[in-house]
Design a protein around this ligand. Structure first.
Ligand code: TRP
Ligand code: SF4
Length: 330
């Protein structure tokens, strides 16, 4: 039996290069070796976007178009929408029964988000339970491995604790303790050098138009010590060079040399990078466009994914109901 993987992404907006090289490229590789479930985490998105859900349907279709265009294959993996498999909420309830409040209140991501996100009211009952629903997502499929970004490690730790507690109370090894698999380290920083994020407006979308890409790259900061063209540069301190390392690894060492010897100017260096990115995204954008012209295919994929996910989920729910004496009929 192949090991199982579940991962999810919240549909909070268009996907950018960070998602592409951090997450999606990773998923594309994993689908070859594992039984993969890739989920649109719309309940998790709603926990912060509940006041403004208007765009969610479009965002989901747009995100899944990106997944498919980047090479996620519905023949290899199950793609589905969390809210279309009601068992997630059912297991969430079962796990909530035994999750101590203190575990959630102490969770570092929870405390950080309350501190940092000021434009939304996150002091809700649901938001406190965010990691419990995530644990339900993972345990519902008895997932062995969970590919995530570093920021999600506390949630994986909580998931393991919840699994352990469940197994110990009901004296049966119902859930395996899932392992985190960190997204690729070559994590791309944002255009301004900070973490690439929607809230900093420092990203390039997977669907970004070529002219927009040229403009955004042109405005990137370079080595601050390089003022004149014949000042030698420090590519190791230049974010532009880190983009070369990710998107043109063969060209990166040459750029490194040219920069150090002041044989290439920053304007030219960025122009070349913009064209590299445009060429890199061209086939993805072409596929994306075709997919979005007939959304029926995307809907079919999500429907099939839902069916496959539901079958696995239902088995887990039946066994959990039995353990807790929760009957379909009495
Ligand atoms: N919390 C994750 C994030 O914000 C999304 C997510 C929801 C998830 N459920 C999951 C990731 C289950 C991995 C497994 O990125
Ligand atoms: Fe950065 Fe390129 Fe300028 Fe060197 S030449 S500092 S790598 S933008």
């Amino acid at each position: 039996m192949r090991k199982k993987i579940l991962s999810g992404m919240r549909p909070t907006g268009k996907l950018h290069l960070g998602h592409l090289v951090g997450t999606l490229d990773n998923w594309v590789g994993l689908q070859e070796e594992y039984d993969c479930f890739f989920m649109v985490a719309d309940w998790h998105a709603l926990m912060s976007e509940y006041e403004n859900p208007a765009q969610m349907g479009d965002t989901i279709i747009d995100n899944v178009a990106d997944w498919l265009a980047c090479g996620i294959s519905p023949q290899k993996a199950s793609l589905f929408i969390q809210s279309q498999v009601p068992s997630h909420l059912e297991l969430y309830m079962f796990l909530s029964l035994l999750t101590p409040l203190g575990w959630l209140e102490r969770c570092p991501t929870y405390k950080e988000q309350l501190r940092e996100i000021k434009n939304r009211d996150l002091k809700t009952y649901a938001f406190l339970g965010y990691p419990v629903l995530q644990a339900a997502d993972i345990l519902l499929y008895k997932s062995d491995i969970v590919p995530v970004g570093e920021d999600q490690l506390p949630h994986l730790e909580l998931t393991r604790e919840i699994a352990r507690k469940f197994n110990s109370i009901y004296k049966k090894k119902t859930f395996p303790e899932p392992q985190a698999l960190l997204d690729k380290v070559s994590r791309l920083r944002g255009l301004d050098g900070r973490k690439m994020s929607k809230s900093y407006s420092n990203y390039i979308n997977i669907s970004e138009e070529p002219d927009e890409i040229r403009k955004k790259i042109k405005d990137m900061f370079t080595d601050p010590a390089r003022i004149k063209l014949n000042d030698p540069g420090h590519p190791d301190k230049c974010n532009v060079h880190s983009y070369y390392a990710v998107f043109a690894p063969q060209r990166a060492p040459q750029i490194d040399q040219l920069c150090r010897k002041a044989q290439i100017g920053c304007t030219q260096c960025k122009k070349e990078l913009a064209e590299i990115l445009i060429a890199h995204l061209a086939p993805v954008q072409k596929k994306r466009k075709a997919l979005l012209q007939d959304k029926g295919y995307i809907r079919d994929v999500l429907h099939q994914g839902k069916e496959k996910a539901s079958a696995v989920a239902q088995e887990t729910i039946v066994s959990v109901r039995k353990l807790l004496q929760v009957h379909y009929e009495l």
